[in-house]
Design a protein around this ligand. Structure first.
Ligand code: MN
Length: 284
């Protein structure tokens, strides 16, 4: 990933805020001076599920009423993304407009690709006034180093998925794919989605979680004691030998037809808080 790409849209940050770490030159380091940060992921927004859109709209309105400065979306904001031409759909254009309220209010919005929306590009980031974060990114908040990742890279027991992931992360593959007409791309993604949901029914729950050894390698590699990720839809905090791993809740409609969602809150000097609701005002 080029440094030029990293620098897009971060003019309100100190110039060195997003720079390769000397120790691991391929890893982006984002240094922020902020007393708090809010993390969400795996919203899986889709025009067929307006209740989730509404939930995000309320969440952002609430967020802007809090003192929190930074909002992180760590992947799978959308159920799928066939390319930034999706913005021609009013549904997506409105969503980008909603997200852009964060920066318009003087706050900062950071978005990381998930496995479903890894084709979110510069045009979308610009429309949402968001900064695209590489996966992984080391976030330095008030001297605390936190590894941010979507999480799918560490589900290494799912070998079929990792082969697919390698392929679709290649710039050459993406260039070729994005050269196809939008409708064709959407059809291909539709086919992949239905194949993948059939395959998931065959896979054990274990295979679709992060692999312990893959996680164990991260603490020394990145020099962190805190990892935040999504993807697995298993919100929890895990105590490992070398640090804590926090998993962000996914957003969905539960069996009662209610929005089930949540977020993580980091505050200076306090432990991370995992909230299983979208209420930002019950947070200590
Ligand atoms: Mn995911």
């Amino acid at each position: 990933m080029s440094s030029a790409r990293l620098n897009l849209g971060i003019d309100q940050l100190p110039t060195q805020a997003l720079s390769p770490n000397a120790a691991d030159t391929q890893t982006a380091v984002l240094s922020l001076e902020s007393r708090s940060a809010v993390f969400i992921s795996d919203l899986h927004l889709h025009s067929n599920i307006p209740a989730l859109n509404h939930a995000l709209s309320c969440f952002i309105a609430d967020f802007l009423q809090t003192p929190h400065q930074c909002l992180f979306i760590l992947g799978d904001l959308f159920e799928y993304w066939a390319g930034d031409e999706e913005l021609t759909e009013p549904y997506y254009a409105q969503l980008a407009g909603l997200l852009s309220q964060v920066a318009a209010a003087g706050r900062q919005l950071f978005i990381m690709h998930g496995n479903r929306d890894l084709l979110l590009g510069e045009r979308f980031m610009s429309a949402a006034s968001a900064t695209l974060l590489p996966d992984p990114t080391i976030l330095v908040l008030e001297q605390e180093r936190i590894l941010l990742t979507h999480g799918d890279a560490y589900c290494t027991d799912d070998i079929d998925y990792q082969v697919f992931r390698q392929q679709v992360r290649q710039p050459a593959w993406q260039t070729q794919f994005l050269a196809l007409p939008l409708a064709q791309r959407q059809q291909i993604i539709q086919n992949i989605r239905s194949e993948s949901s059939q395959a998931k029914q065959q896979k054990s729950m274990q295979i679709m979680d992060v692999n312990q050894h893959a996680i164990d390698a991260l603490w020394p590699q990145y020099g962190v004691q805190l990892i935040i990720h999504g993807h697995t839809h298993r919100p929890a905090s895990h105590q490992h030998d070398h640090g804590q791993r926090w998993v962000i809740p996914d957003w969905r409609i539960d069996k009662q037809g209610q929005v089930a969602a949540g977020y993580l809150l980091w505050q200076k000097g306090g432990p991370l808080q995992l909230h299983r609701s979208l209420s930002l005002f019950n947070a200590a």
